[in-house]
Design a protein around this ligand. Structure first.
Ligand SMILES: Cc1cc2nc3c(=O)[nH]c(=O)nc-3n(C[C@H](O)[C@H](O)[C@H](O)COP(=O)(O)OP(=O)(O)OC[C@H]3O[C@@H](n4cnc5c(N)ncnc54)[C@H](O)[C@@H]3O)c2cc1C
Length: 448
């Protein structure tokens, strides 16, 4: 396959990983990142400082040969720990014994990906370079050096836009004929808060769980960090009776947290500083089409599909994009138009599906996970999966632990599951007589 000169715009999680896949094929890869090098500069965490990494993401990392480097810094979370208003704890495993999602520091992950990328002599990372314009026909990308203000124009064979939700490359593609684009903001925003390590350096709560304080119209979650701290994220409406706009004073914040998260407050000594010092950030779903332009340009990761974070899949989906793009390049025999078209054909329906699943899961996380009927449903789903693994797999397992199942298939099967579960839950006695003959045969009649 002929060597190509490839410009990758954005050295975030997805751009850094993709550059490794491209370099392994022998291409010359120049990655341009608008921020300074985070390995030597202190950069404020723009977005969540830790992320849930699951099987699709691991597949992307393993494919680039860097799974072990990341495993060393990942904390497995094998279930959700639900925190009631009265302080009661309820643990719900995410999957079967041994299955877990993993809390990973965004920064360490990104830095590790950059380190791994730089080991390839055919990858060059250029920091402080902000893409300001591009021509996807020529193709070239114009950059501004964010330190010196110097302008430059870089020509190459191919441009990859991995420059996130507000992609400059996508913005240029939007100016082509019949380009579809939509952005939908949630009425909820998020704010990060901290639970520091205990005095002895240990964790103040169960380490191997994702903690959730579900409060119907809003929620707080917490993921563990390797230093013993937890990063909490409050997902909360911008406006309304109970909302960010109502929490104006320190007292407002104290009263609100004591009312809704009383068990967390004693573990959050910097609550007030964090609340007023950290930004309130918005949450958006962005859908775009097409993602590719002939054989000269393609979008990947959030640039192609920014989604809300409630399934913990945005990055995982972006890593899966890298695997699929790599496979499509390999299968195309050097025909980049075909490679990009196949990549887009494969990924667009899956990007749309995970965007929908992520929106749906917000309702589940904040509203249903604490509901006894919902918990019963989940218990029966787990029993069904254990007894009929070929016929029934819970949606969460399909999305999180089944990288061979595309997101679009997970969405379809999840909807079938709902119909099936409605029928099973209507069987008299299904809750407490699971092992009785009549219940078993009724269940079997639906499952097979
Ligand atoms: C609160 C929150 C929690 C999340 N939790 C999870 C989770 O648990 N699990 C999960 O899988 N995903 C999660 N996500 C989603 C995840 O953060 C994104 O999907 C992921 O970061 C996408 O990676 P990316 O490389 O495509 O984009 P980004 O991470 O946005 O990287 C884009 C890069 O491009 C650079 N850039 C932007 N514009 C330019 C320009 N003009 N020129 C040059 N460089 C540019 C940026 O500086 C950045 O480095 C979460 C998101 C949020 C907001």
């Amino acid at each position: 396959m002929a060597t190509k000169n490839i410009t990758v715009v954005g050295a975030g999680l997805v751009g850094s990983l993709l550059s490794i896949y491209l370099a392994k094929k022998g291409h010359i890869v120049n990655v341009y990142e608008r921020r300074p090098d985070m390995r030597s500069a202190a950069i404020p965490a723009g977005r969540s400082i830790n992320l849930a990494l699951s099987d699709r993401g691991w597949r992307g990392l393993e494919g680039a040969g860097i799974g072990d480097a990341i495993r060393a810094i990942a904390i497995p979370m094998s279930g959700r720990m639900m925190h009631g208003v009265d302080g009661t704890l309820n643990y719900q495993p995410y999957g079967k014994e041994g299955q877990a999602i993993n809390s990973v520091s965004r920064r360490i992950l990104n830095m590790t990906l950059m380190d791994c990328a730089e080991q390839y002599p055919n990858i060059t990372l250029h920091f402080n370079h902000r893409a300001t314009d591009c021509d996807i026909d020529a193709p070239w990308v114009a950059f501004e050096n964010t330190h010196t203000g110097e302008q430059s124009r870089v020509e190459s064979d191919i441009i990859i836009g991995s420059d996130g939700a507000f992609s400059a490359i996508r913005e240029r593609m939007q100016k082509t004929d019949r380009y579809n684009f939509s952005q939908d903001y949630l009425e909820h925003a998020y704010k990060e808060l901290t639970i520091p390590p205990a005095d002895d350096g240990g964790f103040r709560m169960e380490k191997n769980a994702l903690h959730i304080w579900a409060r119907k119209s809003f929620m707080m979650i917490a993921l563990p960090n390797t230093d013993g701290s937890f990063t909490c994220t409050l997902f909360f409406p911008y406006k309304g009776e109970v909302s960010f706009e109502q929490l104006r004073t320190e007292d407002d914040v104290r009263v609100f947290f004591n009312e809704y998260f009383p068990d967390a407050v004693p573990m959050m000594p910097t609550l007030i500083e964090d609340f007023f010092g950290n930004p309130t950030s918005s949450l958006v779903t962005m859908r775009a089409f097409p993602w590719v332009y002939g054989n000269t340009a393609a979008l990947i990761g959030d640039a192609a599909h920014a989604i809300v974070p409630f399934y913990g899949q945005g990055m995982n989906c972006g890593f899966e994009d890298c695997v699929v793009m790599s496979d499509c390049i390999d299968a195309s025999g050097g025909d980049w138009t075909a490679a990009f078209a196949n990549y887009e054909r494969n990924r667009k329906p899956n990007g749309d599906a995970i965007a929908q699943l992520a929106l749906d899961n917000f309702i589940e996380m904040r509203d249903k996970v604490a509901d006894p009927d919902f918990l019963l449903r989940k218990k029966i789903e787990a029993k069904l999966h254990a007894e009929y693994p070929r016929s029934f797999t819970p949606l969460y397992t399909l999305v999180t632990f089944s990288p061979d199942v595309p997101y679009s298939e997970a969405l379809r099967r999840g909807r079938e599951n709902d119909t099936l579960m409605d029928a099973i839950l209507a069987i008299p006695g299904v809750h407490d007589r699971w092992d009785d003959e009549d219940v078993r045969s009724a269940v079997q009649s639906f499952v097979q």
